[in-house]
Design a protein around this ligand. Structure first.
Ligand code: TMP
Length: 216
């Protein structure tokens, strides 16, 4: 089972992934947690290039192709082998991030980026994508808080430095895209406590697992 988590900064994706991992492992499943960008060895190098404030002069097209390169490597080297080994894969961001950020955020064509994503993922789409939905005001306030708590430097802050308007476009883009793929993508409001949100996430994942069992 391949599950991805999406949303703007500060939606609590990593907390939800950790809680879901715990739940799945308690049911006896083996779980791999991974992320984009940076889920593979080469991807870790691309992540540094992509998120560094030094690289503010990157063109939107160059940025797009680096995210796609990261994805192609990640799918081939990490996600597909883990699925073949029978693991559940939980990825913090995947192809929908490119549509939300590079298309809706930066103004490229969503359908064109969807076609490029299709090439990058090599036919491997998630069984379920959880879109954690929150207002950009709330999300960014949480992200700034978290960075301060974790003592993160500004070196990884290229996207946190984007305007509120940019994140509002990204959020709307995600919501529009969830309507385009209603079977695969599910919107979960990310405003309650982590435990409340986890309850919604777990209900969706358990329903999917039960449906898969029925078809097996
Ligand atoms: P994060 O992993 O800490 O969320 O940071 C990754 C940043 O990269 C985040 O701001 C979203 C951005 N991003 C894109 O713009 N396009 C993509 O395809 C992906 C995977 C991430």
């Amino acid at each position: 089972m391949f599950l991805t988590f999406e949303g703007i900064e500060g939606t609590g994706k990593s907390t939800q992934i950790a809680l879901l991992k715990e739940h799945l492992e308690a049911r006896g499943l083996r779980v791999l947690v991974t992320m984009e960008p940076g889920g593979s060895r080469i991807g870790a190098e691309l992540r540094r290039v992509l998120l560094s404030l030094e690289n503010r002069d990157i063109t939107p097209q160059a940025e797009l192709f680096l995210y796609l390169a990261d994805r192609a490597q990640h799918v081939a080297q990490v996600v597909r082998p883990a699925l073949l080994a029978g693991m559940v894969v939980l990825s913090d961001r995947f192809a929908d991030s490119t549509v939300a950020y590079q298309a809706y955020g930066r103004g490229m064509d969503p359908e064109e980026l969807h076609r490029l994503n299709t090439l990058a993922v090599g036919g491997l789409w998630p069984d379920l994508t959880i879109l954690l939905d929150i207002s950009p005001e709330e999300g960014l306030a949480r992200a700034v808080d978290r960075n301060r708590r974790e003592g993160k430097t500004v070196a990884e802050g290229r996207f946190e430095a984007e305007s509120l308007a940019f994140h509002a476009r990204v959020r709307q883009g995600y919501r529009t895209w969830a309507v385009r793929f209603p079977e695969r993508m599910r919107v979960v409001p990310a405003t309650g406590t982590p435990e409340d949100i986890a309850r919604d996430v777990i209900a969706l994942v358990d329903a999917l697992a039960a449906a898969k069992d029925r078809h097996a």
